[in-house]
Design a protein around this ligand. Structure first.
Ligand SMILES: O=C(CO)[C@@H](O)[C@H](O)[C@H](O)[C@H](O)COP(=O)(O)O
Length: 408
């Protein structure tokens, strides 16, 4: 059977062109690429002065550098790129491919990734599957891999591929899915060392990560909202552990009965602007645990909403920063003296000095993890999974509408 590669998506999608405008937290159709740091020199800033003056880029003189240079020397700052134009401004060095990205690509009339999706929908192996569910899942996998393959040519770093969140509680299902994705990547010559597989940090996801890492397959555990998930992920040997600090702050703010929030409000602090104490505690403990005990994992802080969030995380291995924060950091100039305003909050040195309780140093298992996670991480994990499941279903619904292409 010969299948056309002539953009079978176009007609079905002509009414879906507004995905990219919807924006918002983790919103649909946002195209997320991860760029590396712009500077690698290591300066250690000693003093903290949150009200340091900001000078516009036009007045840059010898000896001045940007805030972005300054913070990039302490953490790898990863732009959370949402549109293709940002490639020019913040060239990506790594990328994530997800259902959300597929929805975004399908909503655009003409993108460099569109033919990757069309090619997936023309895959004869998938087309020949009689079972509708299997066929749609096959198309979705191929689309992820084809887009991931294109991204691997654009970025020098690793491409992280989202694993279907419907498998979040099925260790062997996750492993089978990753093996399938890896096989498809092999067919288009993308080697495993260029790949990460993004898996939800449920206990079953953490177990899958442990087994996959033991085969040399790199994993990226996401939806981490607590130190205990991060510790279990580190024990599993996950390559990347992604903790969503801003969502923890939002959770605290939305549970105003929380005594910490009440106390912050009484002190006149706005819990909506500063990272909540709990978010800072979880990320600090996660970082210290990984670095004190020599785990190979890298900790990635995500859902950073403003510069103050970012400043309070300096030293963490990676920080994903929205473009507006990146731009503001790039436009703000520091003079050599002002550089000392930046404080490295997290470092291997401070990690070494940190004390954990005996209960925190256990070998985590399903039961201990479940009883230690706490309401914020339980609720946020469930909400994150719901979002990903919804996006995965929408991709399949979309593919079901447009397959077979009209001229088959
Ligand atoms: O997960 C990745 C990349 O792997 C990020 O794009 C990630 O989705 C974003 O940093 C966060 O989701 C942003 O947080 P929020 O605004 O959705 O709460």
């Amino acid at each position: 059977m010969s299948l056309s590669l002539q953009s079978p998506l176009s007609s079905a999608l002509s009414s879906r062109s507004s995905f990219l405008q919807k924006g918002g937290g983790g919103g649909e159709g946002r195209l997320r690429l991860l760029s590396g740091s712009l500077s690698s020199n290591s300066i250690f800033f000693k003093l903290h002065n949150p009200s340091f003056p900001q000078i516009r880029a036009s007045s840059l003189d010898a000896g001045a550098s940007t805030e972005l240079d300054a913070v990039s020397s302490l953490s790898e700052i990863v732009p959370d790129t949402v549109v293709f134009d940002d490639f020019q401004k913040f060239p990506p060095t790594a990328a994530t491919v997800s259902s959300s990205l597929l929805l975004g690509i399908c909503s655009l009339p003409d993108t460099i990734f569109r033919s990757a999706v069309d090619t997936a929908l023309a895959d004869s192996g998938c087309s020949s599957l009689e079972n509708d569910v299997l066929r749609l899942s096959c198309f979705a996998n191929k689309a992820l891999v084809n887009v991931g393959g294109d991204l691997s040519k654009l970025v020098p770093g690793r491409v992280s591929t989202e694993v279907d969140a419907r498998l979040a509680y099925d260790t062997h299902g996750i492993i089978r899915k990753v093996h399938d994705l890896l096989k498809s990547y092999g067919e288009i010559d993308v080697p495993p060392e260029r790949l990460l597989f993004k898996i939800p940090a449920t206990w079953q996801g953490i177990e899958a990560s442990r087994l996959l890492e033991s085969e040399g397959i790199q994993t990226h555990l996401t939806f981490v909202y607590s130190f205990v998930q991060a510790a279990a992920a580190a024990q599993a040997g996950a390559s990347v552990i992604q903790i969503f600090v801003g969502r923890l702050r939002d959770w605290s703010r939305n549970h105003s009965g929380d005594p910490e929030i009440e106390a912050a409000l009484k002190r006149g602090e706005d819990p909506g602007l500063a990272l909540s104490i709990d978010a800072l505690i979880q990320v600090t403990k996660a970082y210290n645990y990984i670095h004190k005990y020599g785990y190979k994992s890298k900790l990635m802080a995500a859902a950073v909403r403003n510069k103050q969030d970012l400043f309070s995380l300096l030293g963490v291995d990676y920080i994903i920063a929205p473009l507006k924060v990146m731009e503001s950091l790039k436009e703000s100039i520091t003079t050599p003296d002002e550089k000392y305003s930046f404080v490295r909050r997290l470092s291997p040195h401070s990690a070494a000095a940190y004390s954990f309780s005996e209960e925190e140093l256990i070998k985590w298992d399903q039961l201990s993890l479940a009883s230690a996670m706490g309401p914020a991480s339980v609720e946020l994990l469930a909400a994150g999974l719901d979002g990903y499941v919804n996006q995965a279903k929408r991709v399949e619904e979309l593919f079901a509408k447009i397959w077979p292409p009209p001229n088959v």
